[in-house]
Design a protein around this ligand. Structure first.
Ligand code: CA
Length: 232
């Protein structure tokens, strides 16, 4: 059964999320603090997805997200925040969250986003007929679709699922300017409700990982007023 961790100290919200997830066929690990959430992950093993509230007693949701992401690049993480502050959103995404929702939120939209995240994770596993395409090569870079790892000059670079899929899109379209909306659609799916800023945040994070000097990128180039272009 697919498993999701829900960390939220407000009991009514946590129970509402958990109830809806269980009705959709998820096994739910519920925690009222970050510490309890980490404990559950340690004891029960990994989850496919995590829903993390920002405002928690003790360790907050941002630190929790960072801690989970440090050991697990595969898990889909959605941050919940009472604030709709743009900087909060950017911060959440830049420390490894895949998506972000502001309170109050619709539970059905949260469910849809968790499903979308996990479809992306599942989609990444190459089917038998794609075996020959398991490794995508672009200049000094190799994208190993089996292990979901990017190599630069033979050195491995860990990517989140979202970062990996952006790289897949780049590798399939080398030298082509990709409009941000196309990246959003290609990676987050046709029915994604979020805005294109999420693309910029992930690109910033990717540059930190793949560029020698992230402030003057040589590989992930900005196409002003349009989007991004991959240059191996
Ligand atoms: Ca809270």
């Amino acid at each position: 059964m697919r498993r999701v961790l829900v960390v939220e100290d407000e009991k009514s919200i946590r129970e509402m999320i958990a109830l809806n997830l269980r009705m959709s066929g998820w096994e739910v690990l519920e925690a009222e603090s970050a510490e309890q959430g980490l404990d559950l992950l340690n004891k029960q093993g990994p989850c496919e997805a995590a829903v993390l509230d920002v405002m928690l007693p003790g360790m907050n949701g941002f630190s929790l997200c960072e801690t989970i992401r440090r050991d697990n690049q595969d898990i889909g993480i959605i941050i919940l925040s009472a604030k709709s502050m743009e900087e909060d959103k950017i911060r959440g995404l830049s420390i490894g969250a895949d998506d972000y929702m502001s309170k109050p939120f619709s539970v059905s939209e949260l469910l849809a986003r968790i499903e979308a995240l996990c479809r992306r994770v599942g989609r990444g596993k190459p089917a038998a007929q794609e075996e020959d395409e398991a490794r995508l090569v672009s200049g000094a870079f190799v994208l190993d679709r089996k292990s979901r790892v990017l190599y630069k000059n033979g050195k491995s670079i860990d990517l989140t699922q979202v970062e990996f899929q952006i790289m897949e899109l780049f590798f399939h379209n080398p030298g082509t300017a990709l409009v941000r909306e196309k990246i959003l659609q290609g990676v987050w799916g046709e029915n994604y409700f979020g805005d294109v800023k999420i693309v910029d945040v992930n690109i910033r994070r990717l540059r930190m990982k793949v560029e020698d000097a992230p402030s003057s990128p040589q590989h992930i180039l900005t196409v002003w007023g349009y989007g991004y272009r991959w240059n191996s």
